[in-house]
Design a protein around this ligand. Structure first.
Ligand SMILES: *Cc1c(COP(=O)(O)O)cnc(C)c1O
Length: 394
């Protein structure tokens, strides 16, 4: 049986009423028959039946033992980091999500947890950065915003021999495309705000562990620290998961066409998309994932903040906004938005040029999206050309 069929039939029918949609248990507490005697639920921070359905579904999708739902992707990351103690080290990808970087540097550092950042495109860099204090390896693949690919299986074997936990932020790929636990990871985290929710209508995070033992440890922090996902938002993520595979198929289909279009446009510099044969780790992406995702980044030939600003304010279907993974296409200018707080030199050294633009391909028809980008790109070329020669690229 195909995964999607199995998944749809794993969504339980309500045993009490037969409702086909999972009920939203909007309650804080549960009546007990006698002290300590209950039906599996006592207080809704510890457990909630709607959240429990989501937690089981994501554990199944990620081939893990335990799933846990949190108030945001960052709350999920935070719960995983609580496995560490003062003096421990993390080796992390250098182009890590900005919010994770802030959490590492401005919160965990003061508690004595240090992080080394390396380019994870080559597993050897990870190997070299591991010290006797390293407890955790932190990957994002594809990474943000330059879509670098790390070889999960190769890094998992390094993690095993050096006795580190391998954590993979699987937000960009989603379990519809990539299953890090099947490739040897110990922990997967998600910002369910993105593809899993899928409709840009909530903030949520998920953790999945390969072993039940690790799941119990993180579940302790989920309850002890309390950053749980509420029942209504849990229901929204379940609803999003129901169409995840279908949506990812279309996101991938459109993103590849857009990447190919961009490669041929005279105003475009470099295109970053793991599905292009020119991507340096295309073969690794092909080996470890079922598709290349919906995010495409590119630079402009005129590599300036002004040119990028002109482009991102010229598109009509691609809305200018942070975030990604929803049904509506979004466009963002990394240097002035997601990477604004990073000093320009450091940002450029990390491959985020002044003109780098990130697209989150939505579910509109790809030909409409391409025309929208083309119109805005042609404005750049026409603006630069003194004779205002009419371009025919659209
Ligand atoms: C958005 C994002 C996060 C943080 O998730 P929130 O739900 O916004 O807290 C973490 N990792 C990646 C890769 C993200 O894109």
């Amino acid at each position: 049986m195909q995964e999607i069929t199995r998944f749809i039939h794993n969504i339980p029918v309500d045993p009490l009423t037969g409702a086909v949609s999972v009920p939203i248990y909007q309650t804080s507490t549960f009546v007990q028959g006698a002290p300590g005697v209950n039906k599996g639920y006592d207080y809704a921070r510890s457990n909630n039946p709607t959240r429990a359905v989501l937690e089981n579904l994501i554990a199944g999708l990620e081939n893990g033992a335990t799933g846990l739902a949190f108030a945001s992707g960052l709350a999920a990351i935070d719960a995983v980091l609580k496995l560490l103690q003062s003096g421990d080290e993390i080796v992390a990808v250098d182009d890590i999500y900005g919010g994770a970087f802030r959490l590492f540097e401005q919160v965990y550092k003061k508690f004595g947890v240090n992080v080394r950042y390396v380019d994870a495109s080559d597993p050897e860099n990870i190997f070299q950065a591991i010290s006797s204090r390293t407890r955790m390896i932190w990957l994002e693949t594809p990474s943000n915003p330059t879509l670098k690919i790390a070889d999960i299986a190769a890094i998992a074997s390094i993690a095993k021999t050096r006795q580190c936990l391998l954590c993979v932020d699987n937000t960009f790929a989603s379990p519809a495309l990539q299953k890090p636990i099947a490739l040897g990871a110990d922990i997967v985290i998600h910002s369910a705000t993105k593809y899993l929710g899928g409709h840009s209508d909530l903030i949520a995070g998920l953790v999945v562990t390969a072993s039940q033992e690790l799941g119990e440890k993180i579940k302790f922090y989920q309850n002890a620290c309390g950053a749980i996902l509420g029942p209504f938002d849990s229901w929204l993520v379940i609803r999003g998961l129901e169409t995840l595979h279908l949506r990812m198929r279309q996101h991938c289909f459109s993103a590849l066409q857009i990447a190919e279009f961009l490669q041929d446009h005279p105003a475009v510099g470099r295109v970053f998309y793991p599905g292009l044969a020119t991507h340096p780790n295309h073969a690794v992406a092909k080996k470890q994932s079922r598709g290349y995702g919906g995010i495409v980044s590119f630079t402009l030939k005129e590599d300036t903040l002004e040119a990028a600003r002109f482009l991102v304010t010229g598109t009509k279907l691609f809305k200018l906004a942070e975030s990604l993974g929803g049904i509506k296409s979004l466009i963002s200018h990394s240097a002035e938005m997601t990477h604004k707080t990073i000093p320009a030199e450091r940002r450029r050294a990390g491959g985020v040029n002044d003109s780098l633009i990130r697209l989150s391909t939505g579910l509109e028809e790809p030909e409409d999206l391409i025309r929208d980008l083309c119109n805005s790109l042609d404005r750049i070329v026409v603006k630069k050309n003194v004779h205002f020669q009419k371009l025919e690229t659209c």
